[in-house]
Structure formats: structure tokens, C-alpha cells
Design a protein around this ligand. Structure first.
Ligand code: DQA
Length: 144
């Protein structure tokens, strides 16, 4: 059976393309999904690509990734990265490894973005590579 990787995107990422393009680039989330579908085909993987603006929904999806036996999760929790102990606890509670993804490099931005609760439990982190970072993270997911 083909392995599935969940790709979970948090708040405001539905606005990619028009949201601060000087920071996040001009690709839309649909562009990133299409690019990642292509990459997944090359790697003989399936992806389940989703976006929500709601913290609890991300928690539910992390549980679902575990329940359904996903191979790994790529998680761009966006602003919840810097605030959410609930996401940290969920990552610790589930079996599949979580790879943290950020389009920008939060470490080079405002001090409030330097703390990542997701990093405290994630298996790996890809940041600052723009949309390409999702493909790099998918390659790393195969190696885990
Ligand atoms: C982000 C970085 C976060 O600090 C920010 O809140 C986002 C996007 C990124 O992909 O660079 O919404 O996760």
C-alpha cells in the first residue's frame, strides 16, 4: 500500500500569493500543493494536503494522521508555532514523525517568532527555503 504523508498548514496560509509576498513569495497554497503532488509521485508517496485557520482542527488532524497510519506529517503551523502548547502535546502524543516547515526563516525575523513549540517535539525542521522547503521536507520524510 502507498504510504501517505499528511501536509498540514495553519492560519493565514490560505492567503499565500497575496500575503506579504516579499516574505512568503508569490506561490499560492494551491501552487505549493500541485508542486508537492508532483514530488510525491516521484517518491511513490501519497499526500493529504490541508489548511485550516483553527488550532483545534490542526490538533484533530494530527490525531487523524496517527489513527490512519500516516508515514509522517509535514506541519507548517504558521503563527500557532510560536504559541501552541496544544500542538506540542499533540506532536508528542502521536506516532508519525512531524517535520516542521516554514517558508520564511523565523529565526531571522521578530524575536516573538524565535520560540517554536513545534520544534520541541518535531523530528526535523525545514525553514527559509520558500515553497521549495515543502519538497525538501517530503524528501526527508522518506528518509525517516
Ligand atoms: C510561517 C512563519 C510564522 O512565523 C508565521 O506566523 C506564518 C508563516 C512561515 O511559513 O514562514 O504564518 O510559518
Amino acid at each position: 500500500m502507498t504510504d501517505t504523508v499528511f501536509v498540514l498548514n495553519g492560519p493565514n496560509l490560505n492567503l499565500l500569493g497575496t500575503r506579504e509576498p516579499e516574505i512568503y513569495g508569490s506561490d499560492t497554497l494551491a501552487d505549493i500543493e500541485a508542486m508537492l503532488e508532483e514530488k510525491a509521485r516521484e517518491l511513490s508517496l501519497a499526500i493529504d494536503f490541508r489548511q485550516t485557520n483553527h488550532e483545534g482542527v490542526l490538533v484533530d488532524w494530527l490525531h487523524e494522521a496517527c489513527r490512519t497510519g500516516a508515514k509522517a506529517v509535514l506541519l507548517n503551523a504558521a503563527a500557532f508555532t510560536h504559541t501552541s502548547i496544544a500542538l506540542l502535546d499533540a506532536i508528542k502524543a502521536i506516532e508519525p514523525p512531524v517535520i516542521e516547515v516554514h517558508l520564511s526563516d523565523p529565526a531571522k525575523r521578530e524575536p516573538f517568532r524565535h520560540l517554536s513549540y513545534v520544534s520541541m517535539a518535531a523530528a526535523d525542521c525545514v525553514q527559509g527555503l520558500g515553497a521549495r522547503g515543502y519538497a525538501v521536507a517530503l524528501e526527508r520524510a522518506v528518509q525517516l
